[in-house]
Design a protein around this ligand. Structure first.
Ligand SMILES: [Zn+2]
Ligand SMILES: [Zn+2]
Length: 252
């Protein structure tokens, strides 16, 4: 499984990166399957630099904050009004309210909203099997309904925090993952609201408890110095830990 960072800026786009979006690719049945984890603001532009945006097979949203879902608006236009004809409907997995939320974001009537372009599928208790990917989700703590995602393909496992405070759902999602892509939005020492985000240290401590192979820190807001977030994480995880940047790719 290959993961490419399309956008990794936390909470809003920065000068070096769009907001959250990660491209996963895996060979299966004679072709490359491509899915997106989140499609935050600015990410649709960057996506076109690294992939054929019209060839995405499915989108998986962690939650419905703007920095994780809002470029679905532009993506709706690209698929609906494509000059070669409307592109096939693709699944968008997310929280139960995703169809209504996206119609509202684009100022569309709820019926049909984006339902003719996207097949909105709410997460349930069962794993989603999609081509080579098996995706399971866990609820995490955040001010809105939010999920951490665990993606298995080709015998390897990627865990993605979405946005989360410290919680059992996050740790369960990351358990023994080969790679843990985890948000680190806060700095130690500040007055950080509980149940919202993680510091680098909390991300590292979660990774350590979960026994992951490698930790990648993401979702650092542009107002923080990424290296300072990394420095806070390093002593608390007994394995490789680094920051992601837009455009970097990882073979998992
Ligand atoms: Zn966020
Ligand atoms: Zn959020």
């Amino acid at each position: 499984m290959r993961m490419t960072v399309i956008g990794c800026a936390g909470s809003y786009p920065g000068p070096e990166s769009a907001a959250s979006c990660y491209l996963l690719e895996e060979e299966h049945g004679g072709r490359t399957w491509s899915v997106l984890l989140d499609l935050g603001n600015g990410a649709l532009g960057s996506l076109q630099r690294y992939a054929d945006a019209s060839a995405i097979d499915a989108v998986f949203l962690s939650h419905l904050h703007a920095d994780h879902c809002l470029d679905l608006c532009g993506y709706y236009v690209m698929r609906k009004y494509h000059p070669e004809g409307a592109l096939p409907k693709i699944p968008v997995h997310g929280p139960a309210d995703t169809a209504r939320r996206m119609a509202k974001a684009y100022d569309l009537d709820e019926d049909p909203g984006m339902n003719e372009e996207f097949d909105f599928i709410p997460y349930g208790a069962d794993a989603v099997e999609y081509g080579p990917f098996k995706i399971t989700v866990r609820l995490v703590v955040h001010p809105v309904t939010a999920y951490a995602l665990r993606i298995e393909a080709g015998g390897r496992t990627l865990a993605y925090s979405g946005d989360s405070g410290v919680c059992p759902g996050l740790e369960d999602t990351a358990r023994d993952a080969d790679l843990f892509l985890c948000e680190a939005s806060f700095m130690e020492g500040a007055v950080n609201p509980p149940g919202l985000h993680l510091t680098g240290r909390e991300a590292a401590e979660t990774a350590e408890r979960a026994g992951v192979g490698r930790l990648l820190l993401t979702h650092v807001p542009p107002w923080h110095e990424p290296d300072a977030v990394l420095t806070e994480a390093v002593p608390h995880f007994d394995g490789p830990v680094s920051l992601v940047s837009s455009g970097s790719s990882y073979d998992i």
